[in-house]
Structure formats: structure tokens, C-alpha cells
Design a protein around this ligand. Structure first.
Ligand SMILES: Nc1ncnc2c1ncn2[C@@H]1O[C@H](COP(=O)(O)OP(=O)(O)OP(=O)(O)O)[C@@H](O)[C@H]1O
Length: 364
């Protein structure tokens, strides 16, 4: 375990009967890091978090928390509070009583409890609601109570399981800022499970992408976005066009080689091809914002495709096209540009891209 790490998962496997929910998970979480765990439903995100919280025990492997092996250690001895989507606040207690709860459980005296709760009520801007019952609060206010309740013991690490998913879009964005600032101010490690790419990518220092109990990639949001490791991650991010190609020329000291794919070919730099031999199959991506469109009669080299639909994405549009070989492509463009191209369903356009925007998936 490196000195900066607060958590280490060492070859952790979790089985429920014969079913493997988490398969050989091996990673560290840095002290003070905001780590998001993402993946599709059922991929093992929550089970991973629950093992860290002590709510599940690993079937194999070890979990270390702050240098100590914690397999089998009870959750109440771990100091790993968790904030859930359901929040699990006590409806029969007031806001203040909720916030004081874990201090009371630890035998902290009345005066100190009140003082510490006051500090967190104030920090979370809910002092004015201290005497209210939970049922008398809005969704955002409940979130703040849940955070105050979890943080009042001043833990080194906070576990969050889809804490914002029940909130409406506007409130979600506001709470993202609250969480992000809180984490930076306190310097506490946050481990944050979410389905939402926008939440993970806007808040986290690093993101773990899981699929079927395995880690597909760990990296900063920019690394994962620009350089997805494999097809699963590229598809999960949803913004890339994925091509299966075959390398035409032999590796050399040159700048790159041609790669043929069904319905076209492109030049890819040698740094991306990484010395792979001639004839090797490669999977590469080009992100939607790096794709360009030109009129079919422009003489532009590229792939001829037919527009099948458009989706409004704020200031831009995502144009969906189908090539003559049946491959679906997506291209993100400004509305102005699309108007100039007179793009509409049925239009034939040439899709093209710069070779430096081709990224070969190393894990394929
Ligand atoms: N107690 C259990 N007994 C049996 N199977 C379980 C148990 N808990 C989880 N699983 C299974 O393990 C797999 C991973 O579950 P987990 O809750 O970790 O997924 P997740 O990625 O958090 O999914 P979601 O995003 O839907 O919450 C799922 O297939 C789930 O059905």
C-alpha cells in the first residue's frame, strides 16, 4: 500500500453463493481523493462500496483502510459513514437529533454533541431547520442533513451511494457544487458510487469504470474520456464512433500507417499503432466532436453517410448517420454549421476526421 493511499483493495472477490458480484478488484484510493465508481446497473459498484463500509465481507482478498486490514471488522468500528440515495434519515427525530445521532451512539456528552452538531448544521446551512422533523424538509435540505449526520464524527473517508439520484436536475447540479466544495475544504476522501457520467466526471479526481464485477479502467476524467482503454469504456461514455480496422503497412519509423475499415480507410499515427504488425486488427475511436461533415459533392475524402436523425444538445446538435455498409456514426456540430450544410434526415454527407483524432483502444 503506497504511503498516500487510504484504501487498498487487494485482489478482492465477492461471491453471493455461486454468483460472483465482484471479480478480482485491485486498486488504491489516495488520501483526500474524490473517487467515483461508475458502471451499468448490477456491475458491482454498491457491493464494492459496501465491502469498504463493512456491510459485506470479501469472499477472497484483503481490504486495507488507513494501513489496517479490515476484513471482518464490524461496520461500527470502521468510521466509514455512508450517505445513501434513500438518505436513511430517522423520521421520528428532529434535524438536530439526526445530526447528533452517531455522537450519541459513541457516548459523546450532551454539551459536546450540541457544539459539534451546531458546527455541522451551520456548515451545511441548515441551522434554521434544526428543530424540524425530517418530513418537513425539501429534498435538498434532507441531503444536507444526511451529509451533516455523516460528517459530524469528522471521518477520514465518506462513502456515498447515488446520493443525488432522487433530486431534480437543477438541485442535482447545486448539490454537486456543495459536495465538491465540501470535499475540497475538508480534505476528506470521498468514494462516490453513481450511474451518472456527468456527476462522476464533474466532481471526481479519478473515476473507476466497472462492468460485470471487473474494473475496466481507472483514470482521471480527462484520461478516460480521451483515451478509453477498451470498447466497453468507449461505448459506456457514448460519445465516440468505434471502428474495427486492419493495419495496411508494416511498422516503420514513419509518422503513421493506413488502416482499412469496412467502407473506408484512415491514416493513424505510429504512436497510436504502437508498433503493431501489418495485418493486425485494431479498434479505434473518433469522438463525435472531432468528426466533420461536408457536402457529398465536395470532393472531400471520407465516408459517405446518410443522415438518419438529429438530437438537440444545448448549443450543438448530435447528428446520427448511417454509412453505406450500415455503420452508425454520430457527429456533434453547431446548429449554424448544420443549417449551412442543409442537413436533414435523408441528406447524404461525407463524414471525415483528422488522423490525429483517431485513438486506438489498447485493450482490444
Ligand atoms: N445480497 C445479495 N445476494 C445475491 N446477489 C446480490 C446481493 N447483493 C448484490 N447482488 C448481486 O450482485 C450484483 C452486483 O450488485 P450491486 O448492487 O453491487 O450492483 P450495482 O453496480 O451497485 O448496481 P445498481 O447500479 O443497479 O445499484 C448484482 O447482480 C446483484 O443482483
Amino acid at each position: 500500500m503506497t504511503a498516500q493511499a487510504i484504501v487498498k483493495f487487494d485482489n478482492v472477490i465477492k461471491k453471493f453463493g455461486e454468483f460472483t458480484a465482484v471479480e478480482k478488484v485491485d486498486f488504491e484510493i489516495g488520501r483526500g481523493e474524490f473517487l467515483a465508481i461508475m458502471g451499468s446497473s448490477g456491475c458491482g459498484k454498491t457491493t464494492t462500496l459496501r465491502m469498504l463500509a463493512g456491510l459485506e465481507d470479501p469472499t477472497h482478498g484483503n481490504i486495507y483502510l488507513d494501513g489496517e486490514r479490515v476484513n471482518g471488522k464490524a461496520t461500527w468500528n470502521r468510521d466509514t459513514p455512508m450517505v445513501w440515495q434513500s438518505l436513511a434519515l430517522f423520521p421520528f427525530l428532529t434535524v438536530r437529533e439526526n445530526v447528533e445521532f452517531s455522537l450519541k451512539m459513541r457516548g459523546v456528552g450532551r454539551a459536546e454533541r450540541a457544539e459539534r452538531a451546531d458546527k455541522w448544521l451551520e456548515k451545511m446551512q441548515i441551522t434554521e431547520f434544526a428543530k424540524r422533523n425530517i418530513s418537513q424538509l425539501s429534498g435538498g435540505q434532507r441531503q444536507r442533513v444526511a451529509l451533516a449526520r455523516a460528517l459530524v464524527t469528522e471521518p477520514k473517508i465518506l462513502l456515498l451511494d447515488e446520493p443525488l439520484s432522487a433530486l431534480d436536475a437543477h438541485l442535482k447540479v447545486r448539490m454537486q457544487a456543495v459536495l465538491s466544495n465540501l470535499q475540497k475544504d475538508l480534505g476528506i476522501t470521498f468514494v462516490y458510487v453513481t450511474h451518472s457520467m456527468s456527476e462522476a466526471f464533474s466532481m471526481a479526481d479519478r473515476v473507476v469504470i466497472m462492468s460485470r464485477g471487473r474494473i475496466e479502467q481507472i483514470g482521471t476524467p480527462v484520461e478516460i474520456y480521451r483515451e478509453p482503454h477498451n470498447r466497453f469504456v468507449a461505448e459506456f461514455l457514448g460519445s465516440a464512433n468505434i471502428f474495427d480496422g486492419v493495419i495496411e503497412g508494416a511498422a516503420s519509423d514513419g509518422a503513421g500507417r493506413r488502416v482499412n475499415f469496412e467502407g473506408g480507410s484512415t491514416f493513424i499515427s505510429e504512436s497510436e499503432l504502437n508498433g503493431r504488425p501489418q495485418g493486425d486488427a485494431v479498434t479505434f475511436i473518433v469522438s463525435a466532436e472531432n468528426m466533420h461533415l461536408s457536402p457529398a459533392d465536395s470532393g472531400q475524402e471520407g465516408v459517405l453517410a446518410t443522415v438518419v436523425g438529429e438530437e438537440f444538445v444545448g448549443a450543438t446538435a448530435m447528428v446520427f448517420l448511417e454509412t453505406e455498409t450500415g455503420q452508425e456514426l454520430k457527429v456533434q456540430k453547431s446548429h449554424d454549421e448544420l443549417t449551412k450544410l442543409d442537413s436533414h434526415p435523408g441528406s447524404k454527407l461525407v463524414v471525415h476526421w483528422a488522423s490525429e483524432n483517431c485513438h486506438v483502444l489498447p485493450g482490444e
